[in-house]
Design a protein around this ligand. Sequence first.
Ligand code: CA
Length: 530
Amino acid sequence: MKTTRREFLKSVGMGTTALMAPNLFLNSCMKQDRPNIVFIMSDDHAERAISCYNDTLIHTPNIDRIASEGIRFQNSFVTNSICGPSRATLLTGKYSHLNGMLDHSCTFDGSQLTFPKLLQQAGYHTSIVGKWHLKTEPTGFDYWNILKGQGQYYNPDFTENGEKRTHIGYTTDIITDQALETLDKLDKSKPFCMLIHHKAPHRNWMPNLKHLDAYNDQDIPLPANFHDEYTGRIAAGEADMRIDDMYLTFDMKLHSQSIEEETGSGGKKSFAEKVTETWKRTYNRMTDEQKAGWDAHYDKVNEEFKRLKLTGDELLNWKYQHYLKDYLRCILSVDENVGRVLDYLDQNGLTENTLVVYTSDQGFYLGEHGWYDKRFMYEESLSMPLVMRYPLEIQAGQVADSMVMNLDFSSTFLDFAGIAIPAEMQGHSLRGIVRGNTPDDWRESIYYHYYEHPHGWHDVRRHYGVRTERYKLIHFYEEDGFWELFDLEQDPSEMNNVYSDPAYAKIVQETKQELVRLQKLYGDVDIDKS
Ligand code: CA
């Protein structure tokens, strides 16, 4: 019978800590046994749209399978809830103020230390397929095949190791095709680390043709705080990310001839003037055959919109239904492609020795507070889904409550690969947690900092904050700044800012002290508040 590394180490009297020791015997042992890493990340996938987190909206059997055969994290958070910055933190293990990727006006400096570079130096084959969105070319990868910018849902443009190529088909499928073809060609005697990064379910939520009619007959209930009036929350009231303001063309995917005028603001004023043209170009990327499949569903939607002439709350509910259904349809493709990867690992004898991770670069609003999009430190966009499987070390069916972050991925992968974690990386390895041994001194609070204002999309003010198990303190610090405090136990949907409530004076003081402690710990002390 094959002896696993864990069993073998146990038989010679070596526990978990010994795995980290610089030891020639161990090094030779680990060279054969280091796990492969398959890191699947989607874009803007909210926990509420994964059935192992919440089974009211969608069934995602393949993502659920990773959780049931491994571990699900209930308190997983992002440092800065926006695409590029989340990816930079993933690679570097550092907060945005140190890796330089504060927001989308920045360009990622690829000369920095990243975990793929260290894995590559240690003999791993490293690769990334799919969304990159960091402007500069990937570094530290033996193979890279990335979408141009945000990427397109249909017939995407890729750059493969520097060479441009357009593929015909649906992007979520194509990313997986490319990933599996690459895996197939690898020398499997060497460990590999592959990042599979989906574009979906990012705006503007274009489903695969085969899923266009899913949810047609359902009416999706509105979240309880859908009609939020933002009392006591100034920045929330200012933000331009309401479903109410979605574009009828680009977001709702109506043809310009079906509407009287484009009434959306959609998050960026300069975009409003050209949105109809952008949607036309997006639609026209499709082949005639794809258009025929698309029109078979969407012609009816266009006709319905013209016929109903909805206004007010009826129009808002109509938009919500169409937004949510297209979002969920995109996730059906993500989930089935996660299944294809798991099947590939099964069929090639790789399941046992591969660490599989599924996450999203951040969460998303599915109508909570009346919103779509992310950016705020409120729970829906602060939370990242996170499930992991590695049969050799992770006992099946675990649920973890520890507070973990995207800051921790780099340290975790290096730890699993037996590589020393550089002191400059600010996260911590999750290896102890997934083995059921959460370190006694594990963090009890997390620090957050968002920057994309006043430029950029959606008018969300800059803010930083701290979240403890029960409380969240946020400082919107630009100009005449203001504070918010939420008691997550009493008010889990963060509707009631209790910052000025005398009953919470002591909590305000304590959480402010914790905020200052974390800012010093992470070196985020020189903040421009102009
Ligand atoms: Ca994103």
